[in-house]
Design a protein around this ligand. Structure first.
Ligand SMILES: [Zn+2]
Length: 223
C-alpha cells in the first residue's frame, strides 16, 4: 500500500482543514491554529483511503531518472526524446541535428551547454508562439521573459509582462501553447474564474488534454 513520505502541517488563520498531496507525494495538512493534533490524526485515519489512492496516483507519474550527462543519453525537446552524442571533433560546443552533438566530455559543461541551449530555444520558440497567438486573438502584451522556475510554467506580471520557464521547451508544442494561452487569458482575467477558463477555451478548445498532460508529466520536464 502507498503511504505518504511524511506529513507537513501548516497552520494559519483559515477556518477549515484541507489535505493535499504534493508532486513528490508528501501529505500536506492545512489547519486553523486551534485545531488539536489528536483531531487532525483522527481525520487522517478517516481519510486514509483517499490519501493512499492519491499518493499511488502521484507516484505512478513518469519521472526523468537521475542524469549522467554521458554519450548516448536522451534529452527531451518539444516532447520528443533525442539522443546526445559526444564528438570531440565537432566544430561547435553544441549543435542539434535530430539529436544533440556536443564536443566535450566534461559533465558539468555538458549540463550547462544543454541548459543554455534550452534557454535560447525557449526564448526563440516561446516568443514566436506568443506573438502569433497574441496577434491571432487581438491581445496585447508588453514583454516576454524566460525564467528558471521549476514548477511555475508561466506567470503574468502587472502591466502585461509574461514570464515562461525555459523547462517548457522540453514539453510538446500543444502543451507550450496551452501555457501561453493560459497566460494570455490572465491579461484579461487575473484569477481562475469561470470567465477565465471560458476565455482559455475560446482560444484553445482542447486545452484540457494539454493541461492534464502537464500535470501528469511535469516530472519529466527536468534535467
Ligand atoms: Zn493561472
Amino acid at each position: 500500500m502507498e503511504t505518504p513520505k511524511f506529513y507537513k502541517l501548516i497552520r494559519s488563520k483559515r477556518k477549515t482543514i484541507a489535505l493535499g498531496i504534493t508532486a513528490d507525494a508528501t501529505l500536506v495538512v492545512r489547519a486553523p491554529h486551534n485545531t488539536s493534533l489528536s483531531y487532525i490524526e483522527r481525520l487522517l485515519s478517516k481519510k486514509m483511503g483517499w490519501i493512499q489512492r492519491t499518493v499511488a496516483r502521484v507516484m505512478s507519474r513518469p519521472r526523468t531518472p537521475p542524469r549522467e550527462f554521458v554519450d548516448g543519453e536522451s534529452f527531451l525537446y518539444l516532447g520528443k526524446t533525442h539522443k546526445m552524442r559526444i564528438d570531440k571533433n565537432a566544430s561547435k560546443p553544441i549543435a542539434f541535428k535530430s539529436g544533440f552533438i556536443l564536443n566535450t566530455k566534461d559533465k558539468t559543461r555538458v549540463r550547462n551547454l544543454i541548459i543554455n541551449w534550452y534557454k535560447a530555444e525557449a526564448k526563440r520558440k516561446i516568443s514566436e508562439r506568443v506573438e502569433w497567438c497574441a496577434r491571432r486573438y487581438g491581445i496585447s502584451f508588453k514583454s516576454i521573459k524566460i525564467t528558471s522556475a521549476e514548477k511555475r510554467w508561466g506567470s503574468c506580471g502587472t502591466s502585461g509582462n509574461l514570464n515562461f520557464s525555459w523547462r517548457l521547451i522540453m514539453a510538446p508544442t500543444s502543451v507550450i501553447d496551452y501555457v501561453i494561452i493560459h497566460e494570455l487569458a490572465h491579461l484579461e482575467h487575473k484569477n481562475h474564474s469561470k470567465a477565465f477558463w471560458n476565455s482559455v477555451k475560446v482560444m484553445y478548445s482542447s486545452y484540457e488534454k494539454a493541461k492534464n498532460w502537464l500535470k501528469r508529466n511535469e516530472g519529466t520536464l527536468t534535467i
